[in-house]
Design a protein. Structure first.
Lengths: 115, 117
């Protein structure tokens, strides 16, 4: 198993659909992250979970709803998205120690297209 | 506010030559980490190298080295002996915990490197 696995790799959805992105890490890390990567923009941190508790919600619209049922799994539930939400969604994990978040280990991303 | 700046949107380098990718940062936190990541066209972000704010020596990992100049707040990535497989986007990133238990981890806009045969 690779370190961080994301499914699906590609997703096309209409604005009224409900879908979910899944992320699984096999590294025993204690923190998991969702990032959004749009063209010509820096990676945007969306959510951070530390030990299954959400510690960061970076002013993300409520149409994105994260879920972390355990330390190995992270979901991003999508509902009534807008075309501008089309982007690459990257999941990452790290072993945070004190102030140091540690290096991030990323999945290959889920390319989302909203029609 | 914390910020990462990468001023080179694109760079070219001849195969087997060295190349420096620039990164400057801004933070008021005394403790922070600086990272470089590589993103090939496949999309996956690959960790390359890490430098802690208290590290006295510049970090090195194989062909990668980080030129850390704390007073200038710069953390440039040097790739020696470039290979065709080095063609990718490169992101500089910084992590800092202001002590509130949150995980601040920000990225620059990236530099696209093209290695020429």
């Amino acid at each position: 198993e690779t370190g961080v696995t994301q499914t699906p790799r590609h997703l096309v959805m209409g604005m009224t659909n409900k879908k979910s992105l899944k992320c699984e890490q096999h590294l025993g890390h204690n923190a998991m992250y969702w990032y959004k990567q749009s063209a010509k923009k820096p990676l945007e941190l969306m959510f951070v979970y530390s030990l299954e508790e959400r510690v960061e919600n970076n002013s993300v619209p409520s149409r994105f709803s994260p879920e972390c049922p355990n330390s190995s799994h992270l979901f991003l539930h999508l509902h009534t998205l807008q075309p501008e939400d089309s982007a690459l969604y990257l999941c990452a994990s790290s072993q945070a120690q004190g102030w140091n978040t540690g290096e991030l280990f990323f999945g290959e991303g889920s390319r989302l297209t909203v029609l | 506010a914390q910020k990462i700046t990468q001023t080179q949107p694109g760079m070219f380098v001849q195969e087997k030559e060295a190349v420096t990718l620039d990164c400057t940062y801004d933070t008021s936190d005394p403790s922070y980490g600086l990272f470089w990541y590589k993103q090939p066209s496949s999309g996956e972000m690959i960790f390359l190298i890490y430098q802690g704010s208290y590290d006295q020596q510049n970090a090195t990992e194989g062909r990668y080295s980080l030129n850390f100049q704390k007073a200038r707040k710069s953390a440039n990535l040097v790739i020696s002996a470039s290979q065709l497989g080095d063609s990718a986007m490169y992101f500089c990133a910084m992590s800092a915990d202001p002590g509130s238990g949150t995980y601040k981890y920000i990225f620059g806009t990236g530099t696209r490197l093209k290695v020429l045969a």
